[in-house]
Write a protein that binds this ligand. Sequence first.
Ligand SMILES: Nc1ncnc2c1ncn2[C@@H]1O[C@H](COP(=O)(O)OP(=O)(O)O)[C@@H](O)[C@H]1O
Ligand SMILES: [Mg+2]
Length: 366
Amino acid sequence: MTVSDKPTMIEFRDVQKYYGDYHALRGINATIKAGEFFSLLGPSGCGKTTLLRTIAGFEDISSGAVLIDGKDAAQIPPNKRPTNMVFQSYAIFPHLTVEQNVGFGLRRENLSKDEMGRRVGEALEMVGLKGFGKRAAHALSGGQRQRVALARALILKPKVLLLDEPLSALDKKLRENMQVELIKLQRQVGITFILVTHDQEEALVMSDRIAVMFEGQIAQLDDPETLYRRPKSRQVADFIGTMNFLPATAHPTSDGGFDVDVAGLGQCHIPADQAPGAATGNGVNVGFRPETLTILYEGQQPTDRETPGTVEEVVYYGDMTYYDVKLDGVAEPVRLSMRNVPGRPVLDIGTRTRVAWSPSALVLFR
Ligand SMILES: Nc1ncnc2c1ncn2[C@@H]1O[C@H](COP(=O)(O)OP(=O)(O)O)[C@@H](O)[C@H]1O
Ligand SMILES: [Mg+2]
């Protein structure tokens, strides 16, 4: 089943939120499917946490509606919603054991000791903490604490798990490991995960779909590959990864595409699907990702087009090298990335070179 065939779990209908005079959510419309790993991505202050909290019921909305599993959330008190929030790891109780922390949410359910033990054991196993139940929570590492926080949320068997920057306190290696574990966990339990993050790489790695937010609005909602390859605006393109922009002129053609003349690159045709935010006339821009350009070494032929230039900056990353290359006839250098392989020397600053590119990698922007 693809995401679009699944039933809707959350629906936002023109959600508006004011804090006093401040317009924090400005007409949010979106649906999140059952079983989806969905991310809210955007810079700090754009309204991600506010939107997440409207699902949990921790935040009232000013107008519009939030529907959870088909029901208007305004009719469901927060503690009756089929949602649960994972807080950052420091929200666990350090003076309790791991199993007391995990069982905390079940304390009012009058379960037998055996049943309680079974549920806690199940939750701990899910997050890879089997056998850690008797440990003191304060004796755990950052990653283990985050797992306890997850187990504490999952034990209540919510339909929707809400995660607000759950990994941001962890260091890079651990964060990357936890990202993979969270993806596996979501597949295993099959419930809807909604993740808030300001980290574009994290959102790309983890999500089925991503809503990119700026200033209280969703700028684009798509799967990671579409967002990366076909951003609808320069703002989205800039926020997700690196995008080069060159000034261009564009003339519409009968097939819905454009004939463009790009500074430094010359003339080519851009089909309609590479111009999601259609733009014509003078003063438009063409964008392309660093990995879509290739340096041609001696004797190599371009598969499509080539343009001469001069290496201005070299940044070596071990597996990759990033180059800033000033294309002939263009003021600003473009950035390109090359995988480092044996027999392909890293170029020095000042080297004259040829850069291969393809019209199929260009995106037209206003
Ligand atoms: N309780 C509040 N009172 C007033 N303003 C708030 C409150 N909570 C958040 N805001 C403001 O609303 C905007 C969005 O906040 P938030 O949803 O926390 O952003 P994000 O999670 O994307 O960083 C920010 O400008 C923030 O300062
Ligand atoms: Mg936030």
